[in-house]
Design a protein around this ligand. Structure first.
Ligand code: ARG
Length: 465
């Protein structure tokens, strides 16, 4: 990037001395906003076409501008474009280059427009495009979860509360819990993108413009749902970026919880799952190590995304209307959030279908933790015992199990009957893990049949999206 060239500033008319070299660098955003070049050109093309339609530009001038912009797009994509800090930002770099290329007509492009409505438009277009990619990755992850859940609908694992064994659940059911959270994140993204798809162009600097512009034309050309209703609002608020970071923060919260479980489950102590080697790395000193880096890193990435949400909230807080230079600071947090979310989702969408389940280890863990104790209490209730009494009876049976290091299913009928005469031989049906999960056979329950049905509903929903 070139720097400190004493280019004629596009706004230099009233200035009597050149910008301080440090101030030039300090106020420039081209280092990070050049990634908006495609949207900036797209917006300029629509603006030029609209100006020609309403007669502010001639058709010939419009064609010249479109030709120049196409050439600039090519230069940027081929890496030939010379970005200049003295031209401050992406908008003025492109506009100045246009004037280099086509002369005075280039200087007409900015008629009826300001960088304030231009930048607000560019970011919305950019977020819209990236949002679609992220939406696709969310759907890919959801599909992976639904398929894994179907495959492992019968696989039994301990369900936990307080990270203590609680009741048996199916692995498929557990996966679909994550799917529900991620599906809500998908909905939040959708909401955010809908609200963001409103067009600031035409707001100009803050008050609108004196030219006979037709905002419906630009709106249509750019695929926005409607032009913004209020010019002051259009150039000043960045709530759509904040909403995106809020969506991202919740998504990362969910992924961090998911990650935490994957990290625990791959440990020797749990041994519930394996992740393929391609998602793990080793240790430079301990030869035996295989570390679950991908989930760990995703868990860690939540920090920067929460930070970006806080940055944008703080950036916006107390800003008077309308545009303030503060808003130039919206881009880096937003861009990094987009990049982080996209990468985390890619990692998860690739990794989830590759999770290898260690069925025996999960089953053994479920068997060991008295996970069917509630089933025994429910059994007693069905035979007429009051729930609180049943709870007490089962508690005593568990105490015997702890003392003799046996699960309830491993006790003799007579031993169990010592706690309650109501217990009969059919008790062993409810003490098995399969009996326990199959009994929770209602919508939202952990029974394999319900898991398969819920996964199928999710796949249908994905199909319709
Ligand atoms: N680079 C600026 C930004 O990112 C563009 C808008 C500048 N407008 C202005 N009046 N200084 O916000």
């Amino acid at each position: 990037m070139t720097q400190g060239k004493n280019d004629q500033k596009l706004w230099g008319g009233r200035f009597t001395e050149p910008t301080d070299q440090f101030v030039e660098r300090f106020t420039a955003s081209v280092g990070f906003d050049q990634r908006l070049y495609a949207q900036d050109i797209q917006g300029s093309e629509a603006h030029a076409r609209m100006l020609a339609k309403v007669g502010v530009l001639t058709d010939a001038e419009c064609e010249e501008i479109l030709g120049g912009l196409a050439q600039i797009r090519g230069e940027i994509e081929r890496g030939e474009f010379e970005w200049s800090v003295s031209r401050e930002d992406v908008h003025m770099n492109i506009e100045a280059r246009l004037t280099d290329l086509i002369g005075i007509t280039g200087k007409k492009l900015h008629t009826g427009r300001s960088r304030n409505d231009q930048v607000a438009t560019d970011i919305r277009l950019y977020l819209r495009a990236e949002g679609q990619v992220i939406r696709g990755e969310l759907q890919r992850l959801l599909r992976g979860l639904a398929e894994l859940a179907t495959r492992e609908a019968d696989t039994i694992m301990p369900g936990f509360t307080h990270l203590q064994t609680a009741q048996p659940v199916t692995f498929g059911h557990h996966m679909l819990a994550w799917a529900e959270m991620i599906k809500r994140d998908h909905g939040r993204l959708q909401d955010c993108l809908t609200r963001a798809n409103i067009m600031p162009l035409g707001a100009a600097a803050l008050a609108g413009t004196t030219y006979p512009i037709d905002r419906d034309i630009t709106c249509e050309l750019l695929g926005f749902d409607a032009p913004a209703e209020n010019s002051l609002d259009a150039v000043s608020d960045r709530d759509f970026a904040i909403e995106f970071c809020a969506f991202a923060s919740l998504l990362l919260t969910h992924l961090s919880r998911f990650s935490e479980e994957l990290v625990l489950w791959t440990s020797a102590q749990f041994g519930f799952i394996d992740l393929p080697d391609r998602f793990c790395t080793g240790s430079s000193i301990m030869p035996q190590k295989k570390n679950p880096d991908v989930p760990e890193l995703v868990r860690g990435k939540s920090g920067r995304v929460y930070g970006h949400l806080m940055s944008l909230l703080t950036l916006m807080k107390s800003q008077p209307l309308a545009y303030n230079k503060d808003n130039q600071e919206d881009k880096e947090p937003l861009f990094d959030t987009i990049d982080t979310v996209r990468d985390c989702l890619k990692a998860y969408a690739d990794m989830v279908p590759a999770i290898q389940v260690r069925t025996e280890a999960m089953r053994e863990a479920a068997r060991r933790g008295f996970s069917t104790a509630t089933d025994l209490a429910d059994y007693l209730v069905r035979k007429g015992v009051a729930f609180r009494d049943a709870h007490e009876i089962v508690g005593k049976a568990v105490a015997l199990g702890v003392e003799s290091q046996r699960d309830l299913a491993e006790m003799k009928l007579e031993e169990l009957q010592a706690f309650s005469q109501t217990i009969e031989a059919d008790v062993f049906d409810v003490l098995t893990l399969e009996g326990s999960v199959n009994a929770r056979n209602h919508r939202g329950g952990t029974a394999p049949a319900q898991v398969r049905a819920a996964a199928a509903r999710l796949l249908d929903w994905l199909e319709a999206e």
